[in-house]
Design a binder for this molecule. Structure first.
Ligand SMILES: [Zn+2]
Length: 77
């Protein structure tokens, strides 16, 4: 059970305090910064914000590279 320590949150559903149970969420781009993006998870049922996620620019880039199956990892600082 050590898989969780890097906790990549692939949130298709999250616990919503207002609904009192896990709900499907929608991801919304909240803010774009030069080095990262801020995403927000909104409960699809009541519309409350239930969480946020930061995606670093390097992650965005490597995700795009992975799509192209280039295989080489590029680090951008
Ligand atoms: Zn809710």
């Amino acid at each position: 059970m050590s898989d969780r320590q890097f906790g990549e949150l692939r949130a298709s559903s999250l616990y919503c305090t207002r609904c009192g149970t896990a709900q499907p969420v929608r991801e919304r781009l909240l803010l774009v910064l030069p080095d990262r993006e801020l995403h927000e998870y909104v409960c699809a049922t009541c519309g409350d914000a239930v969480g946020t996620k930061e995606v670093s620019a390097a992650d965005v880039v490597s995700a795009r590279l992975a799509q192209r199956r280039g295989g080489r990892q590029v680090r951008i600082l």
